[in-house]
Each structure stands twice: as C-alpha cells, then as structure tokens.
Design a protein around this ligand. Structure first.
Ligand code: SF4
Length: 383
C-alpha cells in the first residue's frame, strides 16, 4: 500500500470576481425563474455552507492531519451573517431555486442557526410556494437541537452515518465519537417530525463495506431512506484512489442477494440518488419496507441534469462540487450592491456555467482538473 502524500498548505482556492457586464444596463439579467446554464440546466438547488468547522474528522472529507488545531479556519468576521445569507438566498430563489440545503463543515456548530432557518423558511418562490428547506448533519448534536430546528421551520434532515459498528464508526469519524449518539439524534429528528429522514453512508472499499448489510437491515421498514455514496475524489487532501471505490452496482448486487430490490423512478429532476425499493413477496416494490438509494458520482456521473449551486460560508459561489474556483459575492454584498445587482451577478455566473467534472472523470480518467488547480474542499462548501 503506497504511502498517502499529504500537502501542508492553506486549502482554500482562488476567487473570481463577478463579470463587469453583470452591472451594465444593456446586459443586466433580471430574475424570471427561467435561468439556464451553458448546458441548458436550470438553477433549482442551493447548498449553503454556514461554517468551515466540524467536530468530526472523516478521512474522506476533513483528514485530521490537515484540519488540525493549526489549520487557518475562517475568522467569524469573514462569515456571511444570517441577514446576508438570506438576502443572497432571496435572489437565488427569484432565479428559480426551490430547495435550500444547509451544510458545513457541521452546520449545527453555527450558533443560533435557528434564526437563519426562520429567515429562510419565510422566503417564497415567485409562485408563492415555500421552499424545500433541509439540512445535512453528522447527527452529533441532533438529539439536542431537533425540536428547535423543526420549530424554526426546517422541514427535514439528512444524517451522515458511515457504519453501525461502534468501532468502525469511531474509525470513520476519527474523533472517537460513539454511534449511539447519532442514532439517538435520528430518533429525536423523527420524533420532532423532521422527515422523511435520509441517512447517507460513504462506502470506502476495505474500510466500511462490511457495514452495508447491517445498515440496510437496521433501517429497512423504518421510513428512513438509506443512501450509499461512492467514495469521491473531492478536494485535494483525502488521498483518493480509484481502488478504494466500491461501485454502486456492486452495492446493489450485495443487498439484492439478501433483500430483493426493484428499481424506482427518480422523484424529482436533478435528483442525485438512484432509487431502489424493497420488493415484497410479489416481487413488486412494497412501500412499507421502504427504499434505498445510491449516489454514484464516480461510476455513473449525473452531471447532465445537475441544477445545484453552492455558496461557501464566506460568500463564494461554486458551480460544482469539484470546482477549482469560486465567485466572490461577499464583496458585492458588503460593497453596497443592490438586490438587482446581486441577481444580475448570479444570473451571469450561472449562465456561464459548463461544469461537468464527473462526466469528464468518466471520459478522461481521474483528476481532470486543470493542471496546478486545486479542487475546493468538501468541508468548505458542503457535500
Ligand atoms: S460533478 Fe459537478 S456538475 Fe457533475 S453532478 Fe457533481 S456537482 Fe454537478
């Protein structure tokens, strides 16, 4: 096994300013909900990172060796305030965003997050509809916060859980955090009505693949939707290797061998997960047994209908999970830009988007980022 090379530099990446034409009268873009990028994909899903910090050190996302006590985390003054986040989110919603996912780092570490959730929950689409407001968490603080999150207006949660075996789970989070607390958090979220709850498990061949069937047996028939995520070459610090990827097709095969599955249709355009329902005695999907999903960025790229934008906690707009640069919206916000300026800036940035990293990885092989360009860290923009 070759030694993993760990670069010891600041992980953040270059920033692009917003194209000047965004503010010229002749080329201003006003929101009409029909915005499309360079590949014709609409803007429907906004992921907002509210912190670059986390209390876990999952090796595929935030390896302890790099994200240690000396790592230059963002000072609070650099973070967008809740009011700034809501103002930007309003412009994304005007452009067609219908779903907002709060992420991190670990979003529940951000103090008084309920205040932001209340503000975002009050937003409405141009048609007057409430947003689909959700959050991805490692579940460590969920048992304490579930009720307050629901009361603030959060609709549902996705919990990251990479195994049921306590030793495996502690190894995966690398902070010796017990699995029992996360399971308690999931129960608290259920009791608070934060559903349907999804549980995401990153599968790393040779590390936690033995947890696939125990996880399925545990969540089958409980209403929780378990999804298996292929281990990805996100960022530039996790030492990713293709031979540690367990393809989703193999995951499905292993489960099907014990608990027959039937493929289901996507529930919404741009959905990242491929859905599989548990079959009943008649071989058809039995909804009371529930379903699972697989998210296969490495072996079955889904860039063709990717409608997701990502806003970092310091106000940089990223157009892909594997981006190597982001657009600085914070300077606009703090530089006195009007809402119309912000909307036009977002419009121009999205129109210029042609990202399709996973497709390129499939066509050209791993690491298709431009030479010398670093991919943004997942802990910085959320998964
Ligand atoms: S690789 Fe980028 S463009 Fe493709 S699905 Fe993921 S985020 Fe979207």
């Amino acid at each position: 096994m070759s030694e993993r090379v760990i670069p010891l530099v600041d992980q953040r990446i270059p920033t692009l300013s917003v194209p000047a034409k965004a503010f010229e009268a002749a080329s201003r873009i006003s929101p009409n909900g029909l915005l499309a990028d360079g590949l014709g994909r609409p803007l429907r899903d906004l992921r907002i990172s509210v912190t670059d910090r986390c209390n876990f050190r999952c090796s595929y996302c935030m390896p302890k060796e790099i994200f240690d006590k000396d790592y230059p985390y963002l000072p609070h003054s650099h973070l967008l305030s809740f009011e700034e986040i809501t103002r930007v989110a309003q412009q994304f919603v005007a452009h067609g965003v219908q779903k907002i996912r709060l992420t991190g780092g670990e979003p529940l570490l951000r103090k008084n997050l309920e205040i932001l959730i209340e503000q975002l929950a009050a937003l409405r689409t141009p048609e007057g509809q409430p947003l689909d407001l959700t959050l991805t968490t490692n579940g460590s603080l969920l048992a304490r916060k579930a009720k307050a999150l629901k009361a603030a207006g959060l609709q549902r949660v996705t919990v990251s859980l990479d195994g049921l075996d306590d030793a495996v789970f502690r190894q995966m989070n690398d902070m010796d955090f017990p699995v029992a607390d996360v399971l308690e958090g999931i129960e608290a979220a259920k009791a608070a009505g934060l559903g349907p709850i999804k549980v995401n498990m990153v599968v790393k061949r040779g590390t936690n693949e033995q947890e696939i069937l125990p996880m399925v047996r545990h969540f089958r028939g409980t209403g929780v939707v378990l999804r298996f995520i292929e281990y990805m070459d996100v960022g530039a610090t996790n030492g990713w290797r293709m031979d540690e990827v367990l393809p989703s097709a193999e995951v499905i095969k292993r489960i099907h061998a014990e608990l027959p599955l039937v493929q289901l249709d996507p529930s919404s355009p741009g959905e990242t997960a491929e859905r599989w329902g548990f079959a009943g005695a008649d071989g058809q999907h039995d909804p009371s047994l529930g379903e699972i999903g697989v998210i296969s960025s490495v072996t079955q790229a889904f860039c063709s209908d990717c409608n997701r934008a990502r806003l970092s906690t310091e106000g940089r707009l990223y157009l892909c999970l594997f981006a190597t640069q982001g657009h600085d919206l914070r300077s606009l916000i703090r530089g006195g830009a009007s809402d119309a300026d912000l909307a036009s800036a977002i419009g121009h940035i999205w129109q210029g988007r042609s990202d399709r990293y996973s497709e390129l990885r499939s066509e050209l092989g791993p690491d298709t980022s431009a030479p010398g360009q670093r991919r943004v860290e997942m802990s910085y923009i959320g998964g």
